[in-house]
Design a protein around this ligand. Sequence first.
Ligand code: HEC
Length: 175
Amino acid sequence: MKIWIKSTLIAGMAVAILGTGTTLTSSALAEDVKANTQLAAHHGNKMAVVKARVKNFRAISKAHKAMKKAAKAGNADAVAAAANDIAEKSDKIAGLFPKGSSRADLGKKVTRAKAAIWKDWSKFVAAANNMKNAALAVASAAKAGNAKAGAKGIGKTCGGCHKPFRGKKAKKKKS
Ligand code: HEC
């Protein structure tokens, strides 16, 4: 009887210890899973924002080409429309560069954004504003009937930002 009680007690304690142990482990595991999910979501958001800003730049590039073509053809209305489009998209740039989305954070194959952007944030924002102002100047000249004024100025503002803030293109991913 004494032995029975003793072994039952020991068994019970073992269950209790194992039980708590298991609970601890599974809750720690749950925490880990939660942390990893958050990390993945966080990373996923950053990947999405890179996609969005590249899309915005491609649209800017497309509008820029359309603007140059229209300027050549002397189509002031089309020049104004394209220039206004560039100005609008310039406003989106700063918001598409959250902290932690540089190539140092995400990898060279993911983004060309240099860490210098966040180090010199006010310069980066100024570079986006330069493009916006150049585009607005073209738009107002075009509205006044001058289809060719300042069209070349916008192109300079692209380089004014790419040079300090955009890194070299990485070799294409194999996938
Ligand atoms: C304020 C800074 C800034 C300005 C102004 C700017 N760009 Fe960019 N551009 C960038 C950065 C940074 C990237 C890289 C984005 C990334 O990979 O996450 C980029 C990427 C691009 C891309 C996407 C493909 C690639 O090479 O990475 C194109 C196309 C592009 N820019 C064209 C232009 C054109 C055309 C202009 C001017 C009409 C312009 N950009 C003005 C900073 C700028």
